[in-house]
Every structure is written in C-alpha cells, then in structure tokens.
Design a binder for this molecule. Structure first.
Ligand code: FAD
Ligand code: NAP
Length: 503
C-alpha cells in the first residue's frame, strides 16, 4: 500500500497543524484527562466527527487531525474505532505519530491489543539481569521459524573489549551490520532477511569514541572492537537494555537515530542541493543500494520525520572497480520546496550543525538486478536519487547486463539533476543510454516533450532480445509511479519485472 498525498485545503498544512497543537485547544476532547479505553468504548468512536484510533496501545482522538492528514480523511477512517497499528505500519510506520498526535491522546487501551507481537524475545532471564563476565558472557538465541541460531560472546584485553556475534549466515556483509556506541550505550544490529538481531548493552565502563567492526563473511561472524578508556579489567560487559539479545521482524524494531554532522551543502540545480553528512566515529552504517534513511528534525517544537535516499558524491565514470565508499559519509540530494517545512528547515542548517539520521529501510534487493540483462530506470525529479547507486552497482558489478537505460522526466532543462554527468557516462559506457523528457520545456528544447505515457514507454522499454531478462525500476511522485506501473503492466511486463520505489 502506498502513502498517497491528497490535496489539502488551504490552512491545513503540517505547519498549520503544529500551530493548532500549540494553541492550547482541547484536541483530545477530554480537557487533558487520560482515560483507560476498552475495546467496546473504542469501537463507539468510529465517525468522522468522533473518531478514535488505537496505535500501539495508545488511543488518539484523530477528529481534529482529519483535514490535516496528508493521506486524507478516507485513509484515517479505515481505522476508525479500531486498532490501526497494522494499517499505520503498512502506510507510514516512520511517521512519528507520538509527537504529531500528542495533544490528541485520549489514553491507553485497557487491554492492550496485540498488533505486531514480537516473535521471539530473549528468555534468558539471568542474562537479562546483568552481563557478567563469569556467568553470562555468552548469550544464545535460537529462532525456530527461520532456523537461525544467533549468539554472542565477549572478551577483553588490557585495552580492548571485543564483542563477537555469530550469525552462521554465509552472505553477511557490511551493509547488514549497524553498530552505534553513544554515552556507554552499545547497540549492534544484524539484519538477516526481514529480521533483525540486536545486542544492546549499557557498558560497564566508558570506551573511546572510535570503534571497529570486522566481518568474516564466510562464517557470518561479526566482531565489534571497542577501545577501553582506562586499562582496567571489566567484571562484566554491562547491563542489558530492554531489547538486548532479541531476534524479531525488522518492522517491529523501533527506529534508531544517531546525530550526524553536516559537513557540506553544494548546489546541484537552482532548487536542489547535495548534503554531505558525517556519521559519528562510533557508528558503523552503510546504506544499501535502493534503500532510504529518515531524517528527523524538530520543527516548531514537533518532531518531524521524512525519508531521503542516499546517493554517491558524483556518478563514477569508471565502472571498473566497485566504488570506494568511505563509509563515514552519507550524501543526500534534496530538493528544497519554498513551502516545504522540512526542506526549509534543512535549507537553514549550517555546516557544522547536526541532524538525526535513522537506520536504512526499503525493500529493494540487489539480487533483482543481478539476474537481469536489460535494466530500465524511469525517474521523475528527485525520483532520480535511488537510481544513482543502482547505476553504479549495475554497471560495476552485474556482468550479465547488456543495456542500462534511464528515462528521466523533469519540468524544465534547469531541473535536470546531474545532466552533465549522465551525458558523460553515456559517452563512456556503451551499455548506458539516457533520455530526458520535459513536461514544461522552453521553445529551444530539441529533446522529447511530455509526461509518462504508454506510447513513450513502449518505445523505450524494449527487451534487447526476445527472451532477455528485464528489470524496470521506477521512482517519482506517487501518481507518476502508479501510472507508470500500470502502463508497464498493460504493456505486458510482469510484477516481478517491475520495482517501484515507494516509502
Ligand atoms: P512538503 O510539505 O511535503 O511539500 C513538498 C511539495 O508537495 C510542495 O510543493 C507542496 O506544495 C506539495 N504538497 C504538500 N502537501 C501536499 C498535498 N497534500 N497534496 C499535494 N501537494 C502537496 N526528496 C528528495 O529531495 N531527495 C530524496 O532523496 C528523497 N528521497 C525520498 C525517499 C522516499 C522513500 C520518499 C517517500 C520520499 C523521498 N523524498 C526525497 C521526498 C521527501 O521525503 C519529502 O517529501 C520532501 O523533501 C518534501 O518535504 P517538505 O516537508 O519540505 O515538503
Ligand atoms: P517534479 O519536479 O514536480 O516532477 C518531475 C516530473 O514528473 C515533471 O515532469 C512532472 O510533470 C512529472 N510529474 C509530476 N507529477 C506527475 C503526475 N502526477 N503524473 C505524471 N507526471 C508527473 O518532481 P519532484 O518535485 O522532484 O518530486 C519528486 C517526487 O519523487 C517526490 O514526490 C518524492 O517524494 C518522490 N521520491 C520518492 C522516492 C522513493 O524512494 N519513493 C525517492 C525520491 C523521491 P509536471 O510538469 O506535470 O509537474
């Protein structure tokens, strides 16, 4: 399901909502009281003018929010008087409703509805108490559903603490390991398909800022190496935190953010900038091709979260070797909207300021490209961003690819992102071709004009041979993507041959 934006009435923007929440108006309808809500009571509030929704055990009166909801009233009404957690998670799990709807809070469910039960949580009660060097250095967690056995261990030298996580996954790589250490809190997450394993500990003693992560891919072993602040013997690793040693669905894991420093902001076009963010030294994070991160900012006192897709600093023209990503920086190509509260706040960030960046998310799998001979990319505006790493990956690492074609839709010539680089790339690499389509060109435009259409696509998306394996990736404004997918299906392409980037 996609999060579709519906036109909002004037005076119903995000900023208007934030202003209303600060106005002191009684938005919950209970004059600041919090109540325990039974399922029967919840079910009674199922009308537009009296609409309560439960999200993760908390009940909100969303009636005042109806007109401000970018997804529209109908979407909210689907969950009226019920537990909307699943629906919410499907459409916009990342929206920080706790902050957005805090003034609408009615109370808690009397009996908490179980929306997304954690599959397995640690049952090692002894270990939950403390991670003692003698007794509980090891933790073991078996996951019955997936035949995954995960365990961790730790040891020390005079100067180092090493935490070892054994996953027994053969294809473990740096993109599947996310480690952070902030104020003695160590968090190591391993992604295994759509699940996540977490080691999360309040360390016994302080450690230095920089940490190292070593991955032995063949056996799926991860070592997290921390430098002790003082060369003293640790009696234990530390206190386990709530989600320590759990293996659950990724979607059930709360978002984790770390603060990244803005190190540069450079112009790409008249309204689009390349933001370079530096990860803390105590973070190990690589954003996989095709995935996005969330940025979080406090806007007028309310936490607001939006997704962005990391790109490379530039399009590598020499696709002989996998590009060396230093791992310390995240590059984001962001269009600044004059009436967009989030991008306006980004625009006002100064070099040296910090911004919160989440773990990566997204359902694109590189294996989709690895199997294809023809790759077609359809991008509109900043929908180009996922195509950057995808192009790099395809042209560098996918040997069976014969053609890679990008059809790039923009309003005007001035809006085309990295036009020069794309043209250079097309000259350099025979497999790559780029076509620019403008919807609002000037008279001098010699290229194609128009919007995404069946005729444009049928001309462009052609198999290089009758049975060649094709992958078509599409990204842009939601209606553009939805229309494009429909046209492609009408042209006979199967669901498996199409990947639409959405939230
Ligand atoms: P918004 O308030 O969202 O406004 C943006 C524009 O939409 C404005 O012109 C506004 O007038 C219009 N608008 C707002 N609300 C409505 C409405 N209800 N109906 C019709 N029009 C409306 N953007 C990038 O620049 N780079 C990226 O790499 C990137 N990656 C993304 C990845 C994903 C998975 C997704 C879903 C989006 C991505 N985006 C990206 C878009 C980004 O998340 C924000 O939506 C964008 O930056 C606008 O935020 P804003 O709050 O500044 O503006
Ligand atoms: P834009 O400049 O407004 O539009 C780019 C091109 O798309 C223009 O030619 C425009 O034509 C056309 N277009 C716009 N809406 C259309 C529609 N309904 N049907 C057909 N064509 C349409 O684009 P933008 O401001 O950069 O926005 C990019 C969008 O991509 C944002 O909505 C962003 O959220 C999304 N995005 C998604 C992801 C993801 O992974 N899901 C990643 C990055 C960006 P007109 O002249 O007619 O407007």
């Amino acid at each position: 399901m996609n999060a579709v934006k519906v036109p909002l009435k004037p005076g119903r923007s995000l900023m208007d909502w934030i202003r209303l929440t600060k106005s002191g108006k009684d938005l919950s309808g209970l004059k600041g009281r919090l109540v325990e809500v039974t399922e029967d009571e919840l079910a009674k509030h199922n009308k537009k003018e009296d609409c309560w929704i439960c999200i993760r055990g908390f009940v909100y009166n969303v009636t005042p929010y109806m007109e401000y909801h970018p997804g529209g009233e109908d979407e909210l009404m689907k969950a009226a008087g019920t537990d909307g957690t699943d629906l919410f998670d499907q459409v916009h799990r990342w929206v920080n409703y706790e902050s957005m709807l805090k003034e609408c809070l009615v109370g808690r469910m009397a009996v908490k509805p179980i929306a997304a039960p954690k599959e397995i949580s640690s049952t090692l009660s002894e270990e939950k108490k403390q991670l003692n060097g003698m007794l509980s250095e090891k933790g073991v967690l078996g996951a019955s559903t997936k035949d995954v056995m995960l365990s961790y261990d730790w040891f020390q030298t005079d100067s180092l603490i090493t935490i070892v996580i054994y996953t027994k996954q053969k294809d473990l790589n740096a993109e599947l390991v996310i480690v952070d250490c902030q104020d003695k809190r160590l968090r190591g997450e391993i992604i295994i398909d759509d699940h996540s394993y977490l080691v999360e500990v309040d360390l016994y003693h302080a450690v230095q800022e920089d940490l190292a992560v070593n991955i032995t891919e063949k056996v799926g072993k991860v070592e997290i190496i921390l430098k002790k602040n003082d060369n003293i013997h640790w009696k234990m690793l530390g206190q386990p935190l709530e989600n320590h040693n759990t293996f659950i669905k990724r979607t059930d894991r709360g978002q984790f953010y770390r603060k990244c420093k803005l190190v540069s902001k450079t112009e790409v076009t008249h309204d689009t900038k390349l933001f370079c963010l530096m990860l803390p030294k105590s973070t190990h994070l690589r954003v996989p091709t095709g995935q996005h991160v969330y940025l979080k900012q406090i806007i007028a006192g309310t936490e607001v979260v939006k997704p962005y897709t990391p790109v490379l600093p530039f399009l590598p023209l020499d696709f002989k070797e996998p590009s060396c990503h230093d791992g310390a920086h995240i590059y984001l190509m962001i269009k600044i909207y004059s009436c967009g509260p989030f991008t306006q706040a980004l625009e006002h960030l100064q070099v040296g300021d910090y911004i919160s960046v989440s773990n990566p998310e997204g359902n694109f799998k590189k294996s989709q490209v690895q199997a294809s001979e023809d790759l077609f990319l359809l991008a509109a505006g900043t929908g180009f961003t996922p195509m950057v790493k995808l192009l790099d990956f395809a042209l560098t690492e996918v040997s069976c690819l014969r053609t890679v074609k990008l059809m790039f839709f923009n309003k005007t010539e001035d809006d085309i992102l990295w036009r020069n680089q794309l043209e250079q790339l097309a000259l350099k690499d025979k497999r790559f071709e780029v076509k620019f389509i403008l919807s609002q060109p000037t008279k001098d435009w010699m290229g194609k004009e128009g919007k995404i259409s069946s005729s444009l696509l049928s001309e462009f998306v052609k198999r290089s041979s009758k049975y060649s394996k094709v992958l078509i990736c599409i990204c842009g404004p939601t209606p553009f993507t939805e229309q494009g997918v429909q046209y492609l299906k009408d042209l006979g392409y199967s669901q498996e041959e199409i990947h639409a980037f959405t939230a």
